[in-house]
Structure formats: structure tokens, C-alpha cells
Design a protein around this ligand. Structure first.
Ligand code: PMP
Length: 449
């Protein structure tokens, strides 16, 4: 490895960071993470902190899982690559598809299409939704509906259903035929409704209204995250996803559950949809599928969808896919990760530690009036919305958010900033003592502004 000065200088000079301003990297140099172990990361200056971000909502099993590392290494020697485009396959791809299907069998998932990540999985789900309706003889069903505040990646399809302005505005015009409903976000919503159950009913009514306006026979699918992640960890009422499912069913609309964050135990159950008692038609996954150790995603399809494709003849050919779909090394990472996920029963720890983190942050809200809203309590996804004025809910400015971030890091915990939210999704293997350290570091961070 090159020396530290080389790394710092050249990182700023040649590397464009996703979600960052290219002109900003000299002034605001990134923290360079050089190693990691368990739930901690170590930077170039030898500072070790707890990673309350879990990489990017993905390192579910922590950084030290040798079973996954060994599986990846072994596969590199057995077969580092072969294509899975029609006509060829590889043993690990077959094993991985079996493992993923088994993992989500209770959610009604029957078939697996591998991708290279979450955005690819969303793109796959959207495109195959249209093809599904075409195969069934309803080619007019091409539109998509989604929720404001939802995050579905950055491909053009995903950005078009994305409900956060900053991921859309620079790249417009986006895909036509995409419509957004209010988020079931009690802290801020156009209905001024703070009761989550009533709010869920309002959003469901808005869905019905929009379907009537567009015409049900023009809508292919509705996509939602069971708990909105990047948009600020927005937890809907327990009734919400069921209400939306029932409306989709009544109007022949496919329901896509975007489980890129919520899949594989993060919510305290193996999928977010299962957490809410819903069976979607399609699920999109990534992140926890390899604990972030290798870039893999998967779109999963229920029997209902699979049957249409499998009986569809030549028209059902899926002219969609990626060079790295079912990559053997990625597939080996998937098989190892899922078996470790089940062995460690990470969903149980996610539930316990998630409650601990949520309650700890709620207690901090008594002390720091910059905390406008605390969201979580369903596994290890926690969002804290910071404001400068509680009564008016004035969002905290970017500079102050950065100060909170820096002070929290100094106090020993890496968190993520998304707008005026602090976002947390630590490894699902985190200990109770480490969760206490996160809460203590946040206390210091909030005192900095
Ligand atoms: N969907 C959801 C719900 C996500 O949270 C993300 C990533 N945070 C994506 C899709 C996109 O995944 P990726 O960044 O792997 O393309």
C-alpha cells in the first residue's frame, strides 16, 4: 500500500465520490478507512470507532466473518468467473439461487434473478413487471407508483420512482409514467396527520384516488420500502403495507417490496414485508445478501409472476441482465452469508439491540432539544431528525449536521448524515456494550451544536 500522504493527496485528486461534490474533496477530505474488525472500523490516522452505519446499511455480519471470506477466496481459485447468460451456468449460482429462494420461501418467493446490486435489482423488478403484464395480455400496464421519501437507487428507472428530490433533479427528465404518493411520515405530511394509523389510511386513500385518476389498467406496479431507509428511517403504521397490498390486489397492480436494506434480518425479521405480515409479488435485495463483502443483488419473484414467465414461451425471454449476474464469486459469498445469517440468528439480535438503540436515543431527546423526531424501534434501523427549532420543525442546516457528525466521530462512532437526519444501521451482530457506546457518542455529538 502507498504511504498515507500519497493516499490522502490522490484520493482527493482522482476519485469522484458517489453523492459528493467533486470540487469539495480537497477542503473536506474524506475519512479513509483502512481496516475493520467486528463492528468497528479503523481510519488512516489509527482511530478506531464503532461503525453505526454498517458500511452502508450492508455489513450485517460485521467485518470479521471468516466463513464468508474463506468462501470467496476458495471460489476465486475454483472458478473466478463465468457468465450465466442463457446457455451456461455455474455450480455456485445454482446453490445460491436455492439458498436465496429458501430464505424467502415464507414470503412466497419462488424464483431468483441475480444482479450486481440494489439499483440493478430495482431495475430488474420494474422491467420484468412490465413484461409480466405484456405476457398476460395487458400491455397498457406500464406505469409505476411509489412513495415520496422512498429510495430505490440511481438507475433511471429507480431514480424515476425515487421520492427524494436531490436524487432526481440533476438528471431530469426521468422516466414518464411514474407517480408518487405522500410518505407515511407522521412528523411531516400534507395531511397534517400525526396519528400513524390515520395517516396510513390517508395515504391508502390517496393511492386509490390516483389509481382511479390514472386508470388501473395503465399501472404495472407499486414499489415501496417496508421501512423507508435513506429517506430518514420512516416507519409506517403496522397496518400500512397491508392496506397497500390489498389495494394492489384489487386493481391487478404488482407489489414490489424493496428490501435492499430491510432484507436479511435488519428489521428484526428476515424480511421487512414479513415484519408487516405481507407477501409481495416481487422483492428486491442486495447489501445484506453478502454482508457487503461482494457486490451482489437479487430480484425475487413469487409463484404468480413466475408462472406467467415460465408458461410464456419465446416472448417470455428475459432480454435483461448483467455480465456479473450470478457471478460465481458473488454466489459463493451469498451461500456463505446466508448460512452464517441463519446460524447466528441475526434477526433476534437486531430486534433486541434495535430496541436498545431506539430507547437510548429517545432518552437523549429529553436532553437535547435539537432532536425533532426519533424513528426506529423495528430492528437496527434508527433515524434521528435534527431541527434548530422544535416548535417550527426547522430542519438543521448542513454545516451544523456536519459538526454533529464530526463530534460523534471524535467520540468514537461513525454515523451517516442524510439531509437533516442522522441515519444508523450498525452490524446486526453488534453487542449491547457497543450500542451503549453509540448512544454515549451521540450525546457528545449533539452537545457540539
Ligand atoms: N433500494 C433501496 C431501498 C436502497 O436502500 C438502496 C441503496 N441504499 C438501493 C435500492 C440501491 O442499491 P445500490 O446502492 O446497491 O445500487
Amino acid at each position: 500500500m502507498k504511504d498515507d500522504n500519497f493516499l490522502k493527496e490522490n484520493n482527493a485528486r482522482h476519485l469522484w465520490h458517489p453523492m459528493g461534490a467533486p470540487g469539495d474533496t480537497q477542503e473536506n477530505a474524506p475519512t479513509i478507512i483502512k481496516s475493520a474488525a467486528g463492528a468497528t472500523i479503523t481510519d488512516l490516522d489509527e482511530r478506531t470507532v464503532i461503525d453505526a452505519v454498517g458500511g452502508l446499511w450492508c455489513v450485517n455480519l460485521g467485518y470479521s466473518n471468516d466463513v464468508i471470506k474463506d468462501a470467496i477466496a476458495k471460489q476465486l481459485y475454483d472458478l473466478p468467473y463465468y457468465s450465466a447468460f442463457a446457455g451456461t451456468s455455474n455450480p455456485m449460482a445454482i446453490e445460491a439461487s436455492y439458498a436465496v429462494r429458501e430464505f424467502f420461501a415464507e414470503d412466497g418467493m419462488a424464483r431468483v434473478f441475480f444482479t450486481s446490486g440494489g439499483s440493478d435489482s430495482v431495475e430488474t423488478a420494474l422491467r420484468l413487471s412490465r413484461q409480466y403484464h405484456r405476457l398476460r395480455g395487458e400491455p397498457t400496464r406500464t406505469k409505476f407508483m411509489s412513495l415520496k421519501k422512498g429510495y430505490h437507487g440511481t438507475h433511471f428507472g429507480g431514480a424515476s420512482v425515487n421520492g427524494n428530490n436531490r436524487f432526481r433533479i440533476n438528471y431530469e427528465p426521468l422516466m414518464p409514467g411514474c407517480f408518487h404518493l405522500p410518505s407515511p411520515y407522521p412528523y411531516r405530511n400534507p395531511f397534517n396527520e400525526t396519528n400513524p394509523a390515520y395517516l396510513a389510511q390517508n395515504v391508502a386513500a390517496a393511492f386509490e384516488d390516483e389509481i382511479a385518476f390514472q386508470g388501473a389498467n395503465t399501472i404495472a406496479a407499486f414499489i415501496m420500502e417496508p421501512i423507508q431507509g435513506a429517506g430518514g428511517v420512516i416507519v409506517p403504521d403496522a397496518s400500512f403495507m397491508t392496506l397497500m397490498r390489498e389495494i394492489c390486489d384489487r386493481h391487478g397492480i404488482l407489489m414490489i417490496s424493496d428490501e435492499v436494506i430491510t432484507g436479511f434480518g435488519r428489521t428484526g425479521d428476515w424480511s421487512g414485508a414479513r415484519h408487516w405480515g405481507v407477501k409481495p409479488d416481487i422483492m428486491t435485495t442486495a447489501k445484506g445478501i453478502t454482508s457487503g463483502y461482494f457486490p451482489v443483488g437479487a430480484a425475487l419473484f413469487s409463484d404468480k409472476v413466475a408462472e406467467v414467465f415460465e408458461k410464456g414461451g419465446p416472448d417470455a425471454a428475459i432480454f435483461h441482465g448483467y455480465t456479473y449476474s450470478a457471478h460465481p464469486v458473488g454466489a459463493a459469498a451469498v451461500v456463505a452469508t446466508l448460512s452464517e445469517t441463519l446460524r447466528l440468528d441475526t434477526k433476534t439480535n437486531a430486534g433486541l439491540r434495535g430496541t436498545q438503540l431506539y430507547e437510548g436515543v429517545c432518552a437523549l431527546a429529553e436532553k437535547h432539544d435539537i432532536i425533532g423526531d426519533v424513528r426506529g424501534g423495528h430492528g437496527l434501523m434508527t433515524g434521528i431528525e435534527l431541527v434548530t427549532d422544535r416548535a417550527n420543525k426547522t430542519p438543521m442546516d448542513a454545516g451544523s449536521m456536519q459538526r454533529v457528525h464530526a463530534a460523534t466521530y471524535e467520540a468514537g462512532t461513525m454515523v451517516r448524515i442524510g439531509g437533516n437526519n442522522i441515519l444508523m444501521s450498525p452490524p446486526l451482530t453488534i453487542s449491547a456494550a457497543e450500542v451503549d457506546q453509540i448512544i454515549a457518542a451521540l450525546d457528545v455529538g449533539f452537545s457540539a451544536v
